[in-house]
Design a protein around this ligand. Structure first.
Ligand code: GUN
Length: 285
């Protein structure tokens, strides 16, 4: 068997075209240009690329983005005062603080300082709580990207067994909650580094989502023939960017598979645009 590729790059492009029309209509009706403030602290090269790509996406759909680039030595209180300023700036609808932050910064405190109504990453405890209760204002970008990728490729989720590997606050935890929620209706198993007999569990998956941050961690023997495999991993190795799934081997077993790059990543970025437009809509009501 050769798996069908779930092309996130192409789908993201299509959604951006839809979004550009929505942004144009919104701006015509309200005279407001949706605006994202991106905060980048330090000079991590990967973060630099991520933020540049996010700003390019914004420009493509007509969202304004303002970059606040701060030196690595920025103190906690300097960063908090920038966020406080952005919170009360009526021209700014979304605030994104690129992670990871330098080691001396308390990330939790920074994320909690962002006004929940401008929290387009949906990392604030209030937004996480709302998600858990099934009444989110913003959906977290990567989990939302995974769900949208499945839905728009007509992959049924309701009643299916989804096995999520990785329990991070950004991906695994919120995704497992979203998929088990009424409406999505999946049966979810959340695995992590301490899961026993992991291959036995992953082989139960109709849909296997992997976000564990280990290159080529999922091998062909861990996948049920015909399963849908979604690879959220982005690992920089000597061989270039690779996912958490051994793509060459697993694509011979799976029914559907996402490539890395060009799978989940482009959709994650699109969801940030959706959240920024939605933040602008809320603030202009
Ligand atoms: N760093 C890696 N992923 C993300 C993300 O989704 N949002 C932010 N702000 N930083 C990240």
């Amino acid at each position: 068997m050769t798996a069908q590729i779930l092309d996130g790059k192409k789908l993201a492009k299509q959604i951006r075209t839809e979004l550009a029309e929505q942004v144009t209509r919104f701006a015509a009706e309200t005279k407001v240009t949706p605006t994202l403030a991106a905060v980048l602290v330090g000079d991590d090269p990967a973060s630099d690329v991520y933020v540049r790509n996010k700003r390019r996406d914004c420009a493509e759909v007509g969202i304004e983005s303002i970059l606040h680039r701060l030196p690595a030595e920025t103190s906690q209180s300097e960063l908090l005062s920038l966020i406080a300023k952005l919170n009360i700036d009526s021209q700014v609808h979304g605030i994104l603080v690129q992670l990871p932050l330098p080691k001396h910064i308390n990330t939790e405190q920074v994320l909690e300082a962002i006004a929940p109504t401008k929290d387009v990453d949906a990392f604030h405890p209030e937004n996480v709580g709302r998600l858990v209760q099934g009444r989110p204002v913003f959906l977290p970008c990567t989990p939302h990207g995974v769900v949208e990728l499945l839905k728009r490729n007509n992959i049924p989720i309701a009643g299916k067994h989804v096995v999520v590997v990785g329990r991070s606050d950004i991906v695994g935890k919120p995704l497992s909650i979203m998929l088990a929620q009424k409406g999505a209706d999946a049966t979810v198993t959340l695995c992590h580094s301490r899961t026993q007999n992991l291959p036995e569990v992953t082989r139960l998956a109709d849909i296997l989502v992997v976000a564990i941050g280990k290159p080529n961690f999922i091998t062909a023997d861990m996948v049920r023939p015909g399963a849908v495999v979604v690879d959220v991993g982005i690992n920089r190795t000597d061989a270039g960017l690779v996912g958490d799934v051994d793509f060459d081997a697993v694509s011979k077993v799976a029914g559907h598979i996402t490539p890395v790059p060009g799978g989940v990543g482009p959709l994650t970025r699109v969801m940030l645009l959706i959240n920024t437009l939605s933040a602008a809509r809320v603030s202009s009501q």
